[in-house]
Structure formats: structure tokens, C-alpha cells
Write a protein that binds this ligand. Sequence first.
Ligand code: GDP
Length: 295
Amino acid sequence: MTRIEKYGWRGPVEPGIGRIVSAHGDYYHLVCNEQAEGEILARKKKSLFSYRKRVERQTKAAFVASARADENADLLTPITGDFVRFRHNPQGESLITEILPRFSHFERKDPTARRKSQTLAVNFDTLFIMMSMNEDFSVARIARYLALAEDMGGGEAVVVVSKIDLRRPGDGEFLDELRACVGTKAKVLEISALTGEGMEALDEYLRPGRTIAFIGSSGVGKSTLLNTLAGEQWAMTQEIQQWSGKGRHTTTSRELSMLPCGTMVIDTPGIREIGMIGERDEIRAKGTCSHRWRK
Ligand code: GDP
């Protein structure tokens, strides 16, 4: 199996195909067959984003109309997890020339179309929607994520209730409400990375060449879960990438990393920090799933 296939590529193996593992403005780190290990640095070709620039110069209303008219507009900005075609330059800067079709994508959208939608994760096999068994618990938020997940193309959504060891007497009612709300749309897993409870249910998703994207608020226990799955190696890289200087860890940018078992994980910024477009309106409008914060 070639390197790019280990990184989830399922198309014909040709030269010049890479997967973006991190993005830094117009520059991207790619993994590819051209390099046996490590990453290459590539810049995106200017014409890839000239359409968006052109559109952004127009008025806001015209922008929304144009973006709607061209469903592919968003594809002009490569993000972590994308498979791309690139021109390799072993001596210097390589150039990304094309973003290959995404088999899954998770976006936050503005139901009123006042703001642009934002693609949070692409090319994942499983979307872990994480929520913890404490103040973070909100059935309405999960309903909102699942509504967004309906348009994600391929891939399976799984609701992961973390810190289940913090469950208190009477909490069964909240979990029942969650299961009723989720219905057949997704599996609901209850786990504790701290005690190991329920962790065996993750095994079916931890397959080599598969990609898992995580969404959820900061503090939900994502790093702890990944530390448990990956060991010290993961903890060290996260320490460097995520220390915010405010005395707590936050995920500031998307990174694609490979766990020792060969599964890739895409970490997305905590949705709470970046604001869920239209979330408040949605919660008010929802009749079937009540918004309930656990006391
Ligand atoms: P992240 O921001 O989603 O990466 O969250 P962290 O992994 O940094 O966890 C936030 C806090 O929750 C830390 O204090 C963890 O020790 C704690 N935590 C994480 N997982 C669990 C768990 O399964 N049970 C309990 N009780 N606490 C947990």
C-alpha cells in the first residue's frame, strides 16, 4: 500500500496526489507518495481562489447570490483533509493545482443565508459529534449538529457522550431524551476516557486508512480521548499546537494526524468558540427536542 493510500486515498494511484494535513494561510503541509515520510510544503495556485476574490469584491447580496449559484465556490479553498493534485518541486515550493472531489464534508450554515457557510471538516468516514455528561449536555445542540450532518455526503455520524463517569442518579432521563431525539440518524456511544467505560465501542471506527472528524465544544474531552487512543506521542504534539497562553488548551486550527493504529483524526476548532451560526434561532424554533441544560 502506498503512502497516500495509507492516508485514505481510494482513487487510482498517480503521481502528484497529496492530502493536506495542516493549513497555514496560503501554504499547506501535504503527505504524498513523492516523499516517503514527513510532509512537503505547498502553496495553492492563485487561480484556485481568484473566483472567490472576484466575488468578494461584489456587494454582500450579490456575493450570497453568486455563492449560491456556484455550488462549488467553497471548493476553491483547500482545507485540512482535502486530497489535492499538486506540482512537485523537490528543490523548493510545490504548487497545489486542483482540489479533488470531497467524499464527505461538514459545514455550518446560516439558515438565513446572511453569512457564508464554513466548511469544518472534509473527507471523513466518521463524524464524531462529542458532548460531555456535564454542563455541556444539550440535546438541542446535538439535534442541530445532526441537522447539519444530513447534508454531509458520505460518512457516518456518531454521537459520542463523553465523561460518562460523571453521570449522576437521574441522568438516565437526559440520556433517554438524547436517544429519542437522535433516533435512527446516528449511533449514540457513551464513553469515559478516564475509566475506560464504553471505550471498546470505538474499535469499529479505528481502522487503518479511515478518517474520523471530531466536532464538539472545547473541554468536551477530545484531547483526553485522543491521548488515550494514541499515548504520549499525541500528547506531545498537541501540547505544542494547542497551548493558547490563557492557561488552557484550545484547538485553534485543524490538523490531520495519524494514530498509531493507522486511523486519521481531524480536529476541528471548538464550535462554541467560533459560534454556531443561527444556533440560538434554531433552538427557539425546535419543538420536538427541548433545550435542556443539565444542572
Ligand atoms: P478538549 O478541550 O475537548 O480537548 O478537552 P480535554 O481533553 O482537555 O478535557 C477537558 C477536561 O475534562 C480535563 O480536565 C480532563 O481531565 C477532563 N476529562 C476528559 N475526559 C474525561 C472523562 O472521561 N471523565 C472525566 N471525569 N473527566 C474527563
